[in-house]
Ligand binder design. Structure first.
Ligand code: XMP
Length: 516
């Protein structure tokens, strides 16, 4: 997977909340970075031949004999190491130092006082603000180490062993709260590790296009399009590599948003000239969902009908060997769950509207090394319109899980109009890209209202917009009141059958982003 000629920084993951953030920050420096489980053997690590190793933070205590520890051989490879938080404590303890648990946990901002010039701290201002979040701390350093910076509560805030090129920081340079964190990571990656800053979207396209051509040969590839950014970028990239050996399949489930199906046809068939099988399966989905109100049942039905339709109709593409999927890097990282086990199933999720792995095809997943922001950059470079590249996430089961209660054609049409007005108002206010996701739900209640002196008794909808980094947690978006006011008044005036609009201010947790 990793090309030997690409300079790589490896992040050893000890179950940190921030491992992905470390890798993303390094990629922002145009150096390729990947996350590996801490259990990786020295031999496996040697195969990757990284220019540098970062030991992530983690929730465990190094003083616990059961806590995650790396293969000690990694310290003999002669590769620069940066330990962050738990990673620093490991570095110290595994090389002759000691760690203690001070009475107070240190959490929040601190000022970094520089005690000694250091390559790692080069051009970082004395007194700069850093973000701390730790219980344990290094008590004594191994002999070969020296202290380079302190904070009011931490005597080993930054340390180094220049002979081995080992560095450690107790704070988190990867989080935005650490003002000069990116500079520190750049000092490590570019100066200390001497990694070449050659990772960019342009170089990704050329290597990936070559790789796709080699894998596919003269075979045929099928790609399911959803209208979302990931599958769209996959299709555009594969089209660039192999042109008419690619066939895309788009299933109009009838659960799509207003104008979405037309946009897909316009972009892929008309602009990119890609062979597109367009399946209108609206009636089939409506029939299967008739009378169903339970969210889990809805999800299962939609998932099953989708797979059936896709399998039946994709036969029209003829003999196909490969299926392309828009899997992203966060889906493939073998990260360590801090709780040590898989998390509970909240919703039968994330593969709904996708395809099972045991289809008759070999999978190609050209985005599996990329983060979402890199996928967007790639989409722009490939010439996809902003309307697709910056589209908010949309769940596989579509409006089916936003039509709370029964899913009917009439209710879906109503919801499509509500959603379109809300999104239009957000775009008009110039806020679309500041929001992670905005959505409307039609609720299974009616309310009394008055319009033109007449009593009404009509449907109620809720609007929701959230900010998020990764959809695992989310906060409700604070709109200027006029955005909500304009949306509400337009919805009640323009959408027949709706007389009340609510704004959902639940964060996740305890709510989820979607209602069902
Ligand atoms: P929840 O509602 O669990 O959603 O907070 C988190 C994110 O995932 C999206 N979502 C889905 N995406 N298939 C998908 O591809 C699904 O079945 C699915 N369900 C929810 C949701 O829109 C949000 O971005």
């Amino acid at each position: 997977m990793v090309q030997p000629n690409r300079d790589t920084i490896v992040v050893l993951d000890f179950g940190a909340q921030y491992s992905q953030l470390i890798a993303r920050r390094i990629r922002e420096l145009h150096v390729y970075s990947r996350i590996v489980p801490y259990t990786i053997s020295t031999e496996e690590l040697q195969k990757i031949a990284p220019k540098g190793i970062i030991l992530s933070g983690g929730p465990a205590s190094v003083m616990n004999s059961q806590s995650p520890k790396p293969d000690a051989g990694i310290f003999s490879l002669g590769i620069p190491v940066l330990g962050i938080c738990y990673g620093l404590q490991l570095l110290a303890m595994m090389n002759g130092g000691s760690v203690e648990r001070p009475q107070l946990r240190e959490y929040g901002f601190a000022n970094l006082m520089i005690k000694k010039s250091s390559k790692l701290l080069h051009s970082i201002a004395d007194g700069t603000r850093v973000w701390m979040s730790h219980g344990d701390a290094v008590a004594t350093l191994p002999n070969s180490f020296t202290q380079t910076a302190v904070t009011a509560n931490c005597k080993f805030a930054a340390v180094e062993d220049v002979v081995h090129s080992w560095y450690g920081v107790q704070f988190h340079p990867e989080v935005a709260h650490t003002t000069e964190g990116t500079k520190l990571l750049a000092n490590f990656v570019l100066d200390i590790c001497k990694a070449e800053a050659s990772w960019n979207v342009g170089s990704f396209i050329s290597t990936e296009v070559e790789r796709i051509r080699k894998t596919v040969g003269s075979g045929k590839v099928l790609c399911g399009l959803s209208g979302g950014v990931d599958s769209s970028v996959v299709a555009a990239l594969i089209n660039k590599a192999i042109g008419n050996q690619l066939t895309c399949v788009y299933v109009n489930t009838g659960l799509m948003r207003k104008g979405e199906s037309d946009l897909v046809v316009k972009v892929f068939r008309d602009t990119f000239n890609i062979k597109l099988i367009y399946i209108d399966a609206e009636q089939r989905f409506l029939d299967a969902l008739q009378g169903v109100t339970d969210p889990e049942q809805k999800r299962k039905i939609i998932g099953k009908v989708f797979i059936d339709v896709f399998e039946e109709e994709s036969k029209a593409a003829g003999e196909v060997e490969f299926l392309a999927q828009g899997t992203l890097y966060p889906d493939v990282i073998e990260s360590i769950s801090p709780s040590g086990g898989p998390s509970a199933t909240i919703k039968s999720h994330h593969n709904v509207g996708g395809l099972p792995k045991d289809l008759r095809f070999s999978l190609i997943e050209p985005l599996r090394e990329l983060f979402k922001d890199e996928v967007r950059e790639l989409g722009k470079e490939l010439g996809l319109p902003d309307e697709i590249v910056f589209r908010h996430p949309f769940p596989g089961p579509g409006l089916g899980v936003r039509c709370v209660g029964e899913v009917t054609k009439q209710r879906l049409d109503t919801l499509r109009e509500i959603d379109a007005i809300f999104i239009e108002e957000i775009k008009k206010a110039g806020l679309y890209r500041s929001v992670w996701q905005a959505l409307a739900c039609l609720l299974p209640v009616k309310s009394v209202g008055v319009q033109g002196d007449e009593r009404t008794y009509e449907e109620v909808c809720s609007l929701r917009a959230v900010t998020s980094e990764d959809a695992m947690t989310a906060d409700w978006y604070r709109f200027p009141p006029e955005v909500l006011q304009n949306s509400a008044s337009r919805i009640c005036n323009e959408v027949a059958g709706v007389n009340r609009v609510l704004y959902d201010i639940t964060s996740k947790p305890p709510g989820t982003i979607e209602w069902e």
